[in-house]
Design a protein around this ligand. Structure first.
Ligand code: BGC
Length: 764
């Protein structure tokens, strides 16, 4: 054992001294034996106590909570997020009869104190290394604040951008989301979720939450088994295979059965078929909601259904505590069913290293940060780098971008100087005043080289009801600061600034609350007051750059006609303003690609690139040719999946194949020449799609199966190789068998999902 390990052991032994005399401490090396031994010593009340996960709000009576913990009536908390908040609770647990440690969880979704771009933006980086840095940095920061578990990653496939939680996930594509799911779990958990600088990942929302009908949050999900298995389930599976210790169960029903009472989902699929060995947690209040779903007559039945279906831990729900004693007494729930749930919770605590050292992440008071919110605790460099990688250049006519670092720039728009919106929804412990706005980013980058004239130009929305709705989100301060001046006055001010400038940069889109839980929309348009502003700016004749902030695809057909350049920035986090300035001024060459399709209008939804083939695909030609289309607007998306421009240009050759046949057990090599044909060094993402030409059932028009992001110097050309194996051709057929069917396949390669070149091979 080296010195460092020895030191680590001593430290951990010292801090577990409170626990070392616990009757349960005996065989700590052997997880199963340890837990079995502990279970034997627990009363029914103590077991039920472990199932309870409570939210800690500022209003909660701390003394009372500590009493409950010491009495063994709480298993874990969420939303308490500093070491000195959590320590007294862990102390209380150590005063308990069996000294079973608490765990502390939190929604660490895209950063903890440092906020990174929202997940949809992270996905647009197509950069697994950058995403791994996000997971690792978030884990380091959260663990340093005494947090043991995150309710993330959120890997719900989203194909209906009306759904506000589209912002929280990684987009529409099964393959890309699955890759990211794995990376997030591995980087949150590090080498082991037991490490002091790791947090356990609880993947969510199991399952299919992204497919809520009409994109309306909490609505039902109805889905064919083949779609479920081929398109929606793989990202959760990827998280499980990567070792995620927890699963949060979705609020929605699936084909009529709520996930929370769904035995097939949790017992058959998750545990039996996928071999999941961790803890399941219901979503907020979901057990009570079984009554409202209409599958339980009352709370008693709801508790019974949930525990039998496999919900181990109940989040902010009192029903397990109230009803399980009676249900056990009557025999409606068996002692073994209760033990199964408790075993998983204790197992998760064991895996988080909490039995070995309950203070593993809380540490000792003397080591607490002097200022929890100190800027020195942030990871700004990583945040800026990742944010730059997430930005997507949608338009750039006449090389409007990058901007010159001289002359006068008019900076307008309600989001140009909006610190809270930079962070996006689910911004964990991020502090708005620590985020860099676009205005601040430009000011820092330009210094006195160029003049920036700022005017707000409009409010986020002119609709009072919408404003009131959005302001429900923030309890401390109004979420949106509304300028009381009339819209025309605001516009006039912006137009005046524009007239005195060489170029106009308008930061427009959604406030962060518009892309949030419970924030579903019926339109994908930028609010009317902001469009009025864009119209007035366009009328000045000055070059117009739109910097978009939003957490879902927007319908931008009209904006595309007005603007000379459009930069999609999502909600880009603590360092967003610096990152955006880097791209606007050409200090970073944008390389992001959309991880979700941007439709032309809300009426086209659902619109995603990998839809199944149909008998009458759209064929351009004379009107009324009876092919699949809407007759009021052009077919297809405005911006396809995988699309994004650069300040350089790239070309990709047609793919060449190492063989035109592929045998079981063998692989095929696909090669392309990629060239940077522009004047600047830059990165691009080469994407490989496959299409099954004829199968036992209709298959997608194409499916992403691999990609490589690469940097090429101006003029540089390189050959890229991809490997295709029979496993890449597998899908769940109508009997839900995982098969690759012999026959022809097209392999397509390109820089977005639409513009591809293809070759054919045959699986023998
Ligand atoms: C959300 C979950 C979240 C939980 C705890 C719920 O409203 O659906 O995603 O993890 O709250 O904050």
């Amino acid at each position: 054992m080296n010195k460092l390990c020895l030191l680590g052991l001593l430290v951990s032994l010292a801090s577990q001294s409170a626990f070392a005399d616990s009757p349960a401490a005996a065989p700590l090396q052997d997880k199963q034996a340890f837990i079995a031994n502990l279970l034997k010593q627990m009363s029914v009340e103590e077991k039920i106590g472990q199932l309870r996960l409570i939210s800690i709000g500022p209003e909660m009576p701390r003394e009372k909570i500590r009493e409950e913990i010491a009495a063994g009536r709480i298993g874990g908390t969420f939303n308490s997020i500093t070491r000195d908040e959590n320590r007294p609770m862990q102390d209380a647990a150590m005063r308990g009869r069996l000294k079973i440690p608490m765990f502390f969880a939190y929604d660490v979704i895209h950063g903890h104190r440092t906020i990174f771009p929202i997940s949809l933006g992270l996905a647009a980086s197509w950069d697994m290394q950058a995403i791994a840095q996000v997971g690792r940095t978030s884990a380091l920061e959260a663990a340093a604040d005494g947090i043991d578990m995150t309710f993330a990653p959120m890997v719900d496939i989203a194909r209906d951008p009306r759904w506000g939680r589209t912002s929280e996930g990684f987009g529409e594509d099964t393959y890309l989301v699955s890759r990211i799911s794995r990376v997030m779990v591995e980087s949150f958990q590090g080498h082991s979720p037991a490490n002091a600088d790791s947090i356990m990942a609880s993947v969510k929302h199991f399952a299919l939450y992204g497919a809520v009908e009409g994109g309306r949050d909490y609505n039902t999900v109805d889905m064919s088994p083949t779609r479920m298995y081929n398109e929606y389930l793989p990202p959760y599976r990827a998280a499980i295979d990567a070792g995620a210790g927890g699963v949060m169960v979705a609020l929605n029903s699936i084909n009529g059965v709520p996930a929370t009472s769904n035995t097939w989902l949790m017992n058959d699929l998750l545990r039996r078929d996928w071999g999941f060995k961790g803890v399941t947690v219901s979503d907020h209040g979901a057990i009570t909601e079984l009554v409202r779903h209409g599958v339980a007559a009352d709370g008693k039945q709801a508790a019974q259904l949930a525990i039998k279906a496999g919900i181990d831990m109940s989040m902010n729900d009192t029903l397990y505590g109230q009803e399980l004693p009676g249900l056990l007494k009557s025999g409606a729930v068996s002692p073994a069913e209760l033990d199964n749930a408790v075993r998983e919770i204790l197992g998760a605590k064991y895996d988080m290293g909490l039995f070995a050292d309950p203070y593993r992440r809380i540490g000792q008071a003397k080591d607490d940060p002097a200022d929890t919110y100190a800027d020195s605790r942030l990871h700004r460099d990583i945040a800026r780098d990742v944010a730059r990688r997430s930005l997507v250049l949608l338009e750039n006519r006449q090389q409007t971008l990058p901007l010159k670092k001289s002359g006068t720039i008019a900076l307008v728009g309600p989001l140009a100087d909006a610190p809270i919106d930079m962070m996006g929804s689910w911004a964990a412990a991020g502090r708005p005043h620590q985020s860099v706005t676009v205005r601040e980013g430009l000011r820092r980058a330009l210094g006195d080289k160029a003049r920036v004239l700022y005017a707000k130009g409009s409010n986020v929305t002119g609709d009072k009801a919408v404003l009131d709705y959005l302001n429900f989100l923030n309890f401390d301060a109004p979420e949106i600061v509304d300028d009381p001046r009339p819209a025309a006055v605001l516009i006039d001010e912006a137009v005046k600034a524009a007239r005195q400038s060489d170029v106009v940069v308008a930061v427009v889109g959604e406030s962060r609350g518009m892309s949030h839980e419970s924030s579903s929309r019926t339109t994908l348009e930028i609010p009317a007051v902001q469009r009025e502003l864009i119209k007035a700016l366009k009328a000045t004749g000055k070059p117009l750059v739109l910097v978009l902030m939003n957490g879902r695809p927007l319908s931008l057909a009209w904006e595309r006609e007005q603007a000379d350049a459009i930069l999609e920035t999502w909600f880009s986090g603590t360092e967003g303003g610096n990152a955006i300035a880097d791209v606007l001024l050409g200090d970073y060459n944008p390389s992001g690609k959309l991880a979700i399709t941007f439709p032309r209008s809300v009426g086209q939804i659902p619109m995603y690139y990998n839809h199944l083939r149909i008998g009458r695909p759209f064929t351009p030609g004379k009107p009324g040719n009876y092919t699949s289309q809407y007759f009021e607007e052009p077919n297809g998306p405005l911006y396809p999946f995988g699309y994004g421009l650069s300040y350089s240009t790239f070309s990709v050759s047609a793919p060449s194949l190492s063989s035109t046949t592929l045998k079981q057990g063998q692989s095929l090599e696909v090669s392309v020449r990629v060239k940077n044909t522009g004047q600047r060094d830059g990165e691009t993402v080469v994407q490989l799609y496959l299409q099954d030409v004829a199968a036992s059932m209709s298959r997608p028009v194409k499916e992403l199966k691999n990609f490589q992001k690469l940097m090429l110097k101006a003029g540089e050309e390189r050959t890229l190789h991809f490997t295709v194996q029979p496993d890449d051709l597998k899908f769940y057929n109508s009997q839900l068998q995982w098969v690759a069917e012999p026959g022809e396949f097209n392999v397509q390669v390109g820089l977005d999902s639409e513009t591809v070149q293809q070759q054919r091979f045959e699986l023998l």
